[in-house]
Ligand binder design. Structure first.
Ligand SMILES: [Zn+2]
Length: 148
Protein backbone atom coordinates (compact mmCIF):
# COMPACT_ATOMS: atom_id res chain seq x y z
CA UNK A 1 0.00 0.00 0.00
CA UNK A 2 1.39 3.40 -0.96
CA UNK A 3 -1.24 5.67 0.50
CA UNK A 4 -3.43 5.24 3.57
CA UNK A 5 -5.71 7.35 5.74
CA UNK A 6 -4.81 8.05 9.36
CA UNK A 7 -7.43 6.40 11.64
CA UNK A 8 -7.15 9.27 14.12
CA UNK A 9 -7.17 12.48 12.05
CA UNK A 10 -8.20 11.12 8.60
CA UNK A 11 -5.27 12.75 6.84
CA UNK A 12 -4.10 10.90 3.72
CA UNK A 13 -0.51 9.76 4.21
CA UNK A 14 2.00 8.63 1.59
CA UNK A 15 3.80 5.49 2.72
CA UNK A 16 7.45 5.08 1.83
CA UNK A 17 9.29 1.89 0.93
CA UNK A 18 10.08 1.06 4.56
CA UNK A 19 8.04 -1.09 6.92
CA UNK A 20 4.48 0.20 6.45
CA UNK A 21 3.26 -1.62 9.56
CA UNK A 22 5.28 0.86 11.63
CA UNK A 23 4.29 3.92 9.55
CA UNK A 24 3.03 6.92 11.49
CA UNK A 25 0.80 9.81 10.49
CA UNK A 26 2.74 12.87 9.34
CA UNK A 27 0.18 15.15 10.92
CA UNK A 28 -0.77 13.67 14.32
CA UNK A 29 1.91 11.00 14.82
CA UNK A 30 -0.48 8.10 15.43
CA UNK A 31 0.20 4.70 13.88
CA UNK A 32 -1.45 4.28 10.49
CA UNK A 33 -2.14 0.58 11.12
CA UNK A 34 -3.04 -0.82 14.53
CA UNK A 35 -5.99 -3.15 13.94
CA UNK A 36 -9.60 -2.64 12.85
CA UNK A 37 -10.81 0.97 12.87
CA UNK A 38 -14.42 1.84 13.75
CA UNK A 39 -15.70 4.35 11.19
CA UNK A 40 -18.94 6.12 10.28
CA UNK A 41 -20.24 6.74 6.74
CA UNK A 42 -17.97 9.76 6.23
CA UNK A 43 -14.94 7.98 7.65
CA UNK A 44 -15.57 5.00 5.39
CA UNK A 45 -15.78 7.28 2.34
CA UNK A 46 -12.45 8.92 3.29
CA UNK A 47 -10.73 5.57 3.54
CA UNK A 48 -12.25 4.31 0.28
CA UNK A 49 -11.35 7.50 -1.59
CA UNK A 50 -7.79 7.92 -0.33
CA UNK A 51 -6.49 4.35 0.18
CA UNK A 52 -4.71 2.90 -2.82
CA UNK A 53 -4.83 -0.69 -1.55
CA UNK A 54 -7.71 -3.00 -0.61
CA UNK A 55 -10.15 -1.84 2.07
CA UNK A 56 -12.19 -4.46 3.94
CA UNK A 57 -15.07 -3.43 6.15
CA UNK A 58 -17.19 -5.43 8.53
CA UNK A 59 -20.82 -4.35 8.81
CA UNK A 60 -21.91 -5.20 12.33
CA UNK A 61 -24.19 -4.20 15.22
CA UNK A 62 -23.86 -4.53 19.00
CA UNK A 63 -27.02 -6.70 19.28
CA UNK A 64 -25.78 -9.20 16.66
CA UNK A 65 -24.35 -12.33 18.34
CA UNK A 66 -22.50 -13.69 15.30
CA UNK A 67 -20.98 -10.20 14.78
CA UNK A 68 -19.57 -10.25 18.30
CA UNK A 69 -18.30 -13.79 17.77
CA UNK A 70 -16.54 -12.73 14.59
CA UNK A 71 -14.88 -9.62 16.11
CA UNK A 72 -11.78 -11.43 17.47
CA UNK A 73 -11.39 -13.27 14.15
CA UNK A 74 -11.59 -9.98 12.27
CA UNK A 75 -8.94 -8.50 14.59
CA UNK A 76 -6.72 -11.55 14.14
CA UNK A 77 -7.01 -11.35 10.34
CA UNK A 78 -6.10 -7.64 10.59
CA UNK A 79 -2.94 -8.57 12.51
CA UNK A 80 -1.99 -10.93 9.70
CA UNK A 81 -2.98 -8.84 6.66
CA UNK A 82 -2.24 -5.25 7.66
CA UNK A 83 -0.74 -3.11 6.19
CA UNK A 84 -1.55 -4.81 2.87
CA UNK A 85 -5.28 -4.49 3.59
CA UNK A 86 -7.07 -1.77 5.57
CA UNK A 87 -9.58 -3.18 8.12
CA UNK A 88 -12.63 -1.11 9.09
CA UNK A 89 -15.81 -1.68 11.10
CA UNK A 90 -19.09 0.03 10.31
CA UNK A 91 -22.08 -0.02 12.69
CA UNK A 92 -25.17 -0.96 10.66
CA UNK A 93 -27.55 0.81 13.06
CA UNK A 94 -25.83 4.19 12.93
CA UNK A 95 -24.90 4.47 9.26
CA UNK A 96 -26.57 4.60 5.84
CA UNK A 97 -23.93 2.93 3.67
CA UNK A 98 -25.02 -0.65 4.52
CA UNK A 99 -28.54 0.12 3.33
CA UNK A 100 -27.35 1.91 0.19
CA UNK A 101 -25.16 -1.12 -0.65
CA UNK A 102 -28.13 -3.45 -0.15
CA UNK A 103 -26.74 -5.27 2.88
CA UNK A 104 -29.56 -7.46 4.23
CA UNK A 105 -27.91 -9.60 6.89
CA UNK A 106 -25.00 -9.08 9.24
CA UNK A 107 -22.21 -9.69 9.77
CA UNK A 108 -21.34 -8.75 6.21
CA UNK A 109 -17.80 -8.37 4.89
CA UNK A 110 -17.32 -6.02 1.96
CA UNK A 111 -14.03 -5.65 0.14
CA UNK A 112 -13.23 -2.56 -1.93
CA UNK A 113 -10.28 -1.82 -4.16
CA UNK A 114 -9.75 1.26 -6.29
CA UNK A 115 -13.01 2.73 -4.98
CA UNK A 116 -15.12 -0.21 -6.18
CA UNK A 117 -16.58 -3.26 -4.46
CA UNK A 118 -14.75 -6.40 -5.58
CA UNK A 119 -16.18 -9.00 -3.19
CA UNK A 120 -18.73 -9.52 -0.46
CA UNK A 121 -19.30 -12.25 2.09
CA UNK A 122 -22.34 -12.70 4.31
CA UNK A 123 -22.18 -14.47 7.64
CA UNK A 124 -19.69 -15.51 10.29
CA UNK A 125 -16.18 -16.55 9.25
CA UNK A 126 -13.07 -17.55 11.18
CA UNK A 127 -9.78 -15.68 10.80
CA UNK A 128 -8.42 -18.47 8.57
CA UNK A 129 -11.47 -18.41 6.31
CA UNK A 130 -11.36 -14.62 6.19
CA UNK A 131 -7.69 -14.53 5.27
CA UNK A 132 -8.22 -17.08 2.49
CA UNK A 133 -11.29 -15.27 1.13
CA UNK A 134 -9.51 -11.90 1.02
CA UNK A 135 -6.47 -13.47 -0.69
CA UNK A 136 -8.63 -15.13 -3.35
CA UNK A 137 -10.69 -11.99 -4.00
CA UNK A 138 -7.59 -9.81 -4.39
CA UNK A 139 -5.93 -12.44 -6.61
CA UNK A 140 -9.00 -12.67 -8.86
CA UNK A 141 -9.17 -8.88 -9.11
CA UNK A 142 -5.47 -8.64 -10.01
CA UNK A 143 -6.01 -11.18 -12.82
CA UNK A 144 -8.93 -9.17 -14.18
CA UNK A 145 -6.82 -6.02 -14.16
CA UNK A 146 -4.02 -7.78 -16.04
CA UNK A 147 -6.43 -8.93 -18.76
CA UNK A 148 -7.67 -5.42 -19.38
ZN1 LIG B 1 -3.20 11.46 11.95
Amino acid sequence: MKQAVCPSCRTANRIGDGDASAAKCGRCGDKLFSGPVEVDDAGLQSHLAMTDGPVLFDVWAPWCGPCRMMAPHFAEAARRLEPSVRFLKLNADQNQVPRSLGVRGIPALILFKGGREIARHAGLVTSDQLERWVGEAIGAQAQKEMQR
